[in-house]
Design a protein. Structure first.
Length: 305
Protein backbone atom coordinates (compact mmCIF):
# COMPACT_ATOMS: atom_id res chain seq x y z
CA UNK A 1 0.00 0.00 0.00
CA UNK A 2 0.94 3.64 -0.19
CA UNK A 3 2.59 4.10 3.18
CA UNK A 4 5.10 1.35 2.46
CA UNK A 5 6.43 2.86 -0.74
CA UNK A 6 8.79 5.31 0.93
CA UNK A 7 9.92 2.93 3.65
CA UNK A 8 10.34 -0.47 2.02
CA UNK A 9 9.17 -2.60 -0.89
CA UNK A 10 5.68 -1.69 -2.05
CA UNK A 11 2.68 -3.71 -0.95
CA UNK A 12 -0.45 -2.15 -2.44
CA UNK A 13 1.80 -0.57 -5.05
CA UNK A 14 1.04 2.81 -6.59
CA UNK A 15 2.19 2.67 -10.23
CA UNK A 16 5.24 4.87 -10.84
CA UNK A 17 4.83 8.10 -12.79
CA UNK A 18 5.55 7.83 -16.51
CA UNK A 19 8.00 10.32 -18.00
CA UNK A 20 6.29 12.89 -20.23
CA UNK A 21 9.28 15.09 -20.94
CA UNK A 22 11.18 17.84 -19.22
CA UNK A 23 8.42 20.45 -19.24
CA UNK A 24 5.32 20.83 -17.12
CA UNK A 25 1.80 21.93 -17.94
CA UNK A 26 0.05 24.34 -15.62
CA UNK A 27 -3.58 25.22 -15.11
CA UNK A 28 -4.21 28.13 -12.78
CA UNK A 29 -7.27 29.60 -11.14
CA UNK A 30 -6.25 33.14 -10.23
CA UNK A 31 -9.71 34.72 -10.02
CA UNK A 32 -9.13 36.78 -6.88
CA UNK A 33 -9.94 40.49 -7.00
CA UNK A 34 -7.34 42.39 -9.02
CA UNK A 35 -4.57 43.77 -6.85
CA UNK A 36 -5.59 41.78 -3.76
CA UNK A 37 -3.55 38.83 -2.56
CA UNK A 38 -5.69 35.80 -1.63
CA UNK A 39 -5.64 34.44 1.93
CA UNK A 40 -3.16 31.80 0.88
CA UNK A 41 -1.95 30.39 -2.42
CA UNK A 42 -1.70 26.63 -2.86
CA UNK A 43 0.19 24.76 -5.56
CA UNK A 44 -0.54 21.09 -6.16
CA UNK A 45 2.04 19.01 -8.03
CA UNK A 46 0.92 15.74 -9.63
CA UNK A 47 2.54 13.26 -11.99
CA UNK A 48 0.49 14.44 -14.97
CA UNK A 49 0.16 11.00 -16.55
CA UNK A 50 -3.03 9.99 -18.37
CA UNK A 51 -3.76 7.32 -15.76
CA UNK A 52 -3.09 9.54 -12.74
CA UNK A 53 -6.49 9.03 -11.10
CA UNK A 54 -4.87 9.72 -7.73
CA UNK A 55 -3.70 13.17 -8.82
CA UNK A 56 -6.98 14.03 -10.55
CA UNK A 57 -9.09 13.27 -7.50
CA UNK A 58 -6.71 15.25 -5.27
CA UNK A 59 -6.94 18.29 -7.55
CA UNK A 60 -10.74 18.12 -7.63
CA UNK A 61 -11.02 19.01 -3.94
CA UNK A 62 -9.23 22.33 -4.47
CA UNK A 63 -12.41 23.79 -5.99
CA UNK A 64 -14.53 23.49 -2.81
CA UNK A 65 -11.52 24.51 -0.69
CA UNK A 66 -11.32 27.79 -2.64
CA UNK A 67 -15.08 28.30 -2.31
CA UNK A 68 -14.91 27.92 1.47
CA UNK A 69 -11.68 29.76 2.22
CA UNK A 70 -10.89 32.07 -0.69
CA UNK A 71 -7.51 30.41 -1.17
CA UNK A 72 -6.11 30.60 -4.68
CA UNK A 73 -4.55 27.54 -6.28
CA UNK A 74 -2.80 26.08 -9.28
CA UNK A 75 -2.27 22.50 -10.42
CA UNK A 76 1.14 21.71 -11.90
CA UNK A 77 1.50 18.45 -13.81
CA UNK A 78 4.86 16.91 -14.55
CA UNK A 79 6.10 13.57 -15.77
CA UNK A 80 9.76 14.48 -15.43
CA UNK A 81 10.95 12.26 -12.60
CA UNK A 82 14.43 13.80 -12.65
CA UNK A 83 13.39 17.45 -12.42
CA UNK A 84 11.21 17.59 -9.31
CA UNK A 85 13.64 19.70 -7.23
CA UNK A 86 13.87 22.47 -9.83
CA UNK A 87 10.12 22.41 -10.39
CA UNK A 88 9.33 22.77 -6.69
CA UNK A 89 11.70 25.71 -6.31
CA UNK A 90 10.14 27.43 -9.33
CA UNK A 91 6.63 26.98 -7.94
CA UNK A 92 7.71 28.46 -4.59
CA UNK A 93 8.29 31.85 -6.19
CA UNK A 94 4.53 32.37 -6.61
CA UNK A 95 2.81 30.07 -4.14
CA UNK A 96 2.77 29.72 -0.36
CA UNK A 97 2.48 25.96 0.01
CA UNK A 98 3.17 22.99 -2.22
CA UNK A 99 1.05 19.82 -2.10
CA UNK A 100 2.82 16.89 -3.76
CA UNK A 101 0.51 14.02 -4.68
CA UNK A 102 2.22 10.64 -4.83
CA UNK A 103 5.23 8.95 -3.23
CA UNK A 104 7.48 9.65 -6.19
CA UNK A 105 7.79 13.25 -4.96
CA UNK A 106 9.02 12.33 -1.45
CA UNK A 107 12.80 12.73 -2.05
CA UNK A 108 12.39 16.12 -3.74
CA UNK A 109 9.98 17.38 -1.06
CA UNK A 110 12.46 16.39 1.66
CA UNK A 111 15.37 18.16 -0.05
CA UNK A 112 13.40 21.29 -0.92
CA UNK A 113 11.93 21.53 2.59
CA UNK A 114 15.46 21.51 4.03
CA UNK A 115 16.51 24.22 1.55
CA UNK A 116 13.50 26.41 2.43
CA UNK A 117 12.93 25.87 6.18
CA UNK A 118 10.53 28.85 6.47
CA UNK A 119 8.16 27.57 3.78
CA UNK A 120 5.54 24.85 4.20
CA UNK A 121 5.11 21.65 2.22
CA UNK A 122 2.72 18.70 2.19
CA UNK A 123 2.78 15.27 0.61
CA UNK A 124 0.00 12.71 0.24
CA UNK A 125 0.93 9.06 -0.18
CA UNK A 126 4.30 9.09 1.60
CA UNK A 127 5.96 10.19 4.82
CA UNK A 128 8.60 12.93 4.92
CA UNK A 129 10.07 13.61 8.35
CA UNK A 130 10.91 17.31 8.18
CA UNK A 131 9.65 20.00 10.59
CA UNK A 132 8.00 22.02 7.81
CA UNK A 133 6.25 19.12 6.05
CA UNK A 134 2.76 17.71 6.63
CA UNK A 135 2.55 14.10 5.46
CA UNK A 136 -0.54 11.97 4.89
CA UNK A 137 -0.64 8.21 4.50
CA UNK A 138 -3.37 5.59 4.45
CA UNK A 139 -4.38 2.95 6.98
CA UNK A 140 -3.79 -0.04 4.73
CA UNK A 141 -5.30 -2.55 7.10
CA UNK A 142 -8.68 -0.81 6.76
CA UNK A 143 -8.62 -1.64 3.07
CA UNK A 144 -7.72 -5.27 3.72
CA UNK A 145 -10.51 -5.52 6.30
CA UNK A 146 -13.06 -4.09 3.85
CA UNK A 147 -11.93 -6.58 1.21
CA UNK A 148 -12.18 -9.46 3.69
CA UNK A 149 -15.66 -8.51 4.89
CA UNK A 150 -16.94 -8.23 1.34
CA UNK A 151 -15.26 -11.50 0.35
CA UNK A 152 -16.96 -13.25 3.27
CA UNK A 153 -20.36 -12.02 2.09
CA UNK A 154 -19.73 -12.60 -1.60
CA UNK A 155 -18.41 -16.18 -1.42
CA UNK A 156 -20.71 -19.05 -2.36
CA UNK A 157 -18.22 -21.82 -1.64
CA UNK A 158 -17.12 -20.48 1.75
CA UNK A 159 -13.55 -20.41 0.44
CA UNK A 160 -11.81 -17.07 -0.13
CA UNK A 161 -8.19 -16.04 -0.62
CA UNK A 162 -5.74 -13.16 -0.45
CA UNK A 163 -2.81 -12.86 -2.87
CA UNK A 164 -0.33 -10.51 -1.22
CA UNK A 165 3.31 -9.39 -1.55
CA UNK A 166 5.91 -10.53 1.01
CA UNK A 167 6.04 -8.79 4.36
CA UNK A 168 2.33 -8.04 4.54
CA UNK A 169 1.24 -10.16 7.48
CA UNK A 170 -0.74 -7.24 8.94
CA UNK A 171 -2.78 -7.02 5.74
CA UNK A 172 -3.43 -10.75 5.74
CA UNK A 173 -4.49 -10.60 9.39
CA UNK A 174 -6.86 -7.70 8.67
CA UNK A 175 -8.34 -9.58 5.70
CA UNK A 176 -8.92 -12.61 7.93
CA UNK A 177 -10.67 -10.43 10.53
CA UNK A 178 -12.99 -9.01 7.90
CA UNK A 179 -13.86 -12.46 6.56
CA UNK A 180 -14.49 -13.82 10.06
CA UNK A 181 -16.82 -10.97 10.98
CA UNK A 182 -18.87 -11.35 7.81
CA UNK A 183 -18.82 -15.12 7.52
CA UNK A 184 -17.32 -17.23 10.34
CA UNK A 185 -17.73 -20.36 8.22
CA UNK A 186 -15.48 -19.19 5.36
CA UNK A 187 -11.96 -20.58 5.02
CA UNK A 188 -9.14 -18.21 4.07
CA UNK A 189 -6.25 -19.25 1.85
CA UNK A 190 -3.16 -17.18 1.15
CA UNK A 191 -0.67 -16.89 -1.68
CA UNK A 192 1.84 -14.58 -3.32
CA UNK A 193 0.75 -11.50 -5.24
CA UNK A 194 0.85 -13.33 -8.58
CA UNK A 195 -0.99 -16.44 -7.38
CA UNK A 196 -4.59 -15.33 -7.98
CA UNK A 197 -5.19 -17.89 -10.74
CA UNK A 198 -3.73 -20.73 -8.68
CA UNK A 199 -5.79 -19.78 -5.64
CA UNK A 200 -8.95 -19.73 -7.75
CA UNK A 201 -8.09 -23.06 -9.33
CA UNK A 202 -7.64 -24.50 -5.84
CA UNK A 203 -11.22 -23.62 -4.93
CA UNK A 204 -11.39 -19.99 -3.81
CA UNK A 205 -14.32 -18.22 -5.47
CA UNK A 206 -13.32 -14.75 -4.17
CA UNK A 207 -9.70 -13.58 -4.36
CA UNK A 208 -8.31 -10.30 -3.05
CA UNK A 209 -5.20 -9.27 -5.02
CA UNK A 210 -3.42 -6.89 -2.61
CA UNK A 211 -0.98 -5.50 -5.17
CA UNK A 212 -1.99 -3.20 -8.02
CA UNK A 213 1.02 -4.27 -10.12
CA UNK A 214 0.29 -8.02 -9.98
CA UNK A 215 -0.17 -9.63 -13.40
CA UNK A 216 -3.36 -11.64 -13.92
CA UNK A 217 -2.36 -12.85 -17.37
CA UNK A 218 -4.41 -12.99 -20.56
CA UNK A 219 -7.05 -15.21 -18.94
CA UNK A 220 -8.00 -13.90 -15.49
CA UNK A 221 -9.03 -16.52 -12.94
CA UNK A 222 -12.69 -17.55 -12.82
CA UNK A 223 -13.45 -15.94 -9.48
CA UNK A 224 -14.78 -12.73 -8.02
CA UNK A 225 -11.68 -10.53 -7.96
CA UNK A 226 -11.07 -7.67 -5.53
CA UNK A 227 -8.20 -5.38 -6.47
CA UNK A 228 -6.62 -2.08 -5.44
CA UNK A 229 -7.32 1.35 -6.94
CA UNK A 230 -6.42 5.00 -6.44
CA UNK A 231 -8.41 8.19 -6.66
CA UNK A 232 -11.26 8.21 -9.16
CA UNK A 233 -10.25 4.92 -10.82
CA UNK A 234 -13.46 2.87 -11.22
CA UNK A 235 -13.90 -0.81 -10.50
CA UNK A 236 -14.10 -2.46 -13.91
CA UNK A 237 -13.45 -5.94 -15.33
CA UNK A 238 -11.71 -8.08 -14.37
CA UNK A 239 -12.25 -6.46 -10.96
CA UNK A 240 -15.60 -6.89 -9.25
CA UNK A 241 -14.52 -4.52 -6.48
CA UNK A 242 -11.49 -2.42 -5.61
CA UNK A 243 -10.06 -1.18 -2.35
CA UNK A 244 -9.64 2.48 -3.25
CA UNK A 245 -7.45 5.15 -1.65
CA UNK A 246 -8.80 8.70 -1.88
CA UNK A 247 -6.45 11.66 -1.32
CA UNK A 248 -9.24 14.23 -0.97
CA UNK A 249 -9.78 13.96 2.82
CA UNK A 250 -6.05 14.43 3.47
CA UNK A 251 -5.76 17.40 1.09
CA UNK A 252 -8.83 19.03 2.65
CA UNK A 253 -7.63 18.65 6.22
CA UNK A 254 -4.09 19.86 5.58
CA UNK A 255 -5.21 22.75 3.34
CA UNK A 256 -7.62 24.02 5.97
CA UNK A 257 -4.84 23.98 8.55
CA UNK A 258 -2.60 25.94 6.21
CA UNK A 259 -5.30 28.49 5.39
CA UNK A 260 -5.93 29.03 9.11
CA UNK A 261 -2.16 29.56 9.52
CA UNK A 262 -1.92 26.54 11.81
CA UNK A 263 -0.09 23.89 9.76
CA UNK A 264 1.25 20.90 11.66
CA UNK A 265 4.24 18.73 10.87
CA UNK A 266 4.13 14.98 11.29
CA UNK A 267 2.12 12.25 9.60
CA UNK A 268 -1.64 12.07 9.33
CA UNK A 269 -2.85 8.50 8.79
CA UNK A 270 -6.36 8.29 7.37
CA UNK A 271 -8.58 5.27 6.95
CA UNK A 272 -12.13 4.09 6.30
CA UNK A 273 -13.74 6.23 9.01
CA UNK A 274 -12.21 9.32 7.41
CA UNK A 275 -13.56 8.43 3.97
CA UNK A 276 -10.01 7.97 2.68
CA UNK A 277 -10.20 4.18 2.22
CA UNK A 278 -13.30 2.77 0.56
CA UNK A 279 -14.45 -0.33 -1.29
CA UNK A 280 -15.63 0.60 -4.76
CA UNK A 281 -17.93 -1.90 -6.50
CA UNK A 282 -18.33 -2.58 -10.21
CA UNK A 283 -21.84 -1.99 -11.55
CA UNK A 284 -22.66 -5.70 -11.55
CA UNK A 285 -21.88 -5.93 -7.85
CA UNK A 286 -24.29 -3.22 -6.70
CA UNK A 287 -27.06 -5.71 -5.72
CA UNK A 288 -24.69 -7.07 -3.07
CA UNK A 289 -24.11 -3.67 -1.47
CA UNK A 290 -27.34 -3.57 0.55
CA UNK A 291 -26.84 -7.13 1.75
CA UNK A 292 -23.27 -6.36 2.73
CA UNK A 293 -24.30 -3.28 4.70
CA UNK A 294 -27.03 -5.21 6.49
CA UNK A 295 -24.79 -8.10 7.51
CA UNK A 296 -21.76 -5.95 8.35
CA UNK A 297 -22.92 -2.41 9.30
CA UNK A 298 -19.38 -1.03 9.01
CA UNK A 299 -19.52 -1.72 5.29
CA UNK A 300 -22.39 0.76 4.86
CA UNK A 301 -19.91 3.66 5.05
CA UNK A 302 -17.03 1.72 3.50
CA UNK A 303 -18.71 0.94 0.18
CA UNK A 304 -18.54 3.75 -2.37
CA UNK A 305 -20.27 3.98 -5.78
Amino acid sequence: MLRTLCARAARFVLPAALALGAGCAQTADRSATAGARPIVQLAMVTSGTDDDAFGRSAAAVLVPIKARTGADYTVVQTGNADGHDALLKTVLTDYDEIFAIGPEFAPAIARTARDFPKRWFAIVGAEVNEPNVSSATFRETDGAWLAGAYAGIRTEKNVVAIAAPPGTQDLIAAFRRGVAQANPHAAVRTGAAGDAAQLAAAGADVVFVADSTAELGANPPHATLIGVGYGDAPAAPPWSARVTFLPGPAVTRIAEEVVSRKPRSGTLELGARDGAVVLRLASGERPYAARAAKLVPELSTGISP
